[in-house]
Design a protein around this ligand. Structure first.
Ligand code: COA
Ligand code: NAP
Length: 281
């Protein structure tokens, strides 16, 4: 993990988030761990949850290498009692949450006509209901700290993508949740924004929707001609949580190398072949 290059520490004060607590749902891997790492590098304490305690423990060990205090307790975001308990453990160890990152999500590629009722509900429950649960449970802490929330959404929230009839509505719902909370909780000093990552290399999300070869082809549709890196989402989260963003709320920040400008056609054209070559086990 420490081998990954991050420019956050090169351009921002190392103690930017010293004394601050960041809680990341789904923080044990991928983009969310990249976000946790960016905050840890800049002095924050990290609370996090996910379903696998083993994964969280491995992630926490990496974050402690940066000198961060970490509280990592397994919880399923669909179960408010579990989430409440993980946030209580974090609060007791690290203090009130200043920045909540709602990143836990689930995805798989499936044709709409083959998507089961429970498959649709499962993704809505993790992405949308889980994001509401986390925000609602963290509210009192965020009110005390005049903190902020960052929701991790996806291009599917704004553009139809093939075989994503569950993810599109789930992430679009999260985008609206972000805006509603910005409206209602702004008077408490709580800001609410989202980050929309593009295609981020070496992540589970990418592996579930494309092959290595597809990923390389996608690059032709990305104006900056490369995939994104997890630490670049972390850097965007650091910006949105810094005093530089004090007047920014209710907005979505695309961090996608300009990929949305090309639409979803390239993705749609590859999806049938990917699904055919990766049948569900
Ligand atoms: N294709 C079609 N349907 C699928 C599927 C697939 N690849 N994977 C799961 N489902 C369906 C299941 O069949 C089930 O529906 P059913 O009861 O009608 O059969 C439903 O989705 C729930 O599956 P289950 O495995 O019980 O859910 P879970 O709560 O244990 O796990 C998932 C949630 C399915 C999202 C799982 O993939 C996961 O844990 N994902 C987390 C990691 C991830 O997705 N990372 C990328 C983030 S963008
Ligand atoms: P990932 O590594 O699989 O991250 C998802 C995390 O959420 C995992 O750590 C997982 O841990 C956790 N999680 C899943 N279900 C959960 C639940 N019910 N309760 C608690 N935690 C749960 O995948 P990723 O690709 O980095 O995705 C991270 C975020 O970025 C997601 O919100 C995704 O939609 C978004 N995104 C990704 C991309 C991309 O290119 N990868 C692009 C756009 C948006 P456990 O399994 O241990 O619970």
């Amino acid at each position: 993990m420490s081998a990954l290059k991050s420019v956050g520490r090169d351009v921002l004060p190392h103690d930017l988030f010293s004394g601050k607590t960041v809680f990341v749902t789904g923080g044990g891997s991928g983009i969310n761990l990249g976000i946790a790492r960016s905050f840890a590098e800049l002095g924050a304490s990290i609370g996090m949850c996910g379903r696998s305690q083993e994964r969280l423990d491995a992630a926490a060990a990496g974050l402690r290498d940066f000198g961060a205090k970490v509280s990592a307790t397994s919880a399923d975001v669909r179960v408010p009692e579990q989430l409440q308990s993980a946030m209580n453990v974090s609060r007791d160890a690290l203090g009130d949450i200043d920045i909540l990152v709602c990143g836990a999500a689930g995805n798989f590629l499936v044709q709409g006509e083959n998507l089961s009722f429970n498959g649709f509900k499962t993704v809505i429950d993790i992405d949308l209901v889980g994001s509401f649960n986390a925000s609602r449970i963290a509210f009192e802490q965020l009110k005390r700290t005049r903190g902020s929330i960052i929701f991790i959404t996806a291009p599917m929230a704004h553009m139809a993508h093939a075989y994503q009839a569950h993810v599109g509505p789930a992430k679009a719902g999260v985008e609206m949740l972000m805006k509603n909370l910005a409206l209602e909780w702004g008077p408490y000093g709580i800001r609410s924004n989202s980050i929309i990552p593009g295609f981020i290399e070496d992540t589970e999300g990418m592996r579930r929707i494309s092959s290595e070869a597809d990923s390389r082809n996608f690059i032709q549709s990305i104006p900056l001609r490369r995939l994104g890196m997890t630490q670049e989402i972390g850097q965007a989260a650091a910006f949105l949580s810094s005093p530089l963003a004090a007047y920014i709320t209710g907005t979505s920040l695309w961090v996608d190398g300009g990929q949305a400008l090309s639409g979803s056609g390239f993705f749609n054209n590859n999806s049938a072949a990917f699904l055919a070559s990766n049948p569900r086990a």
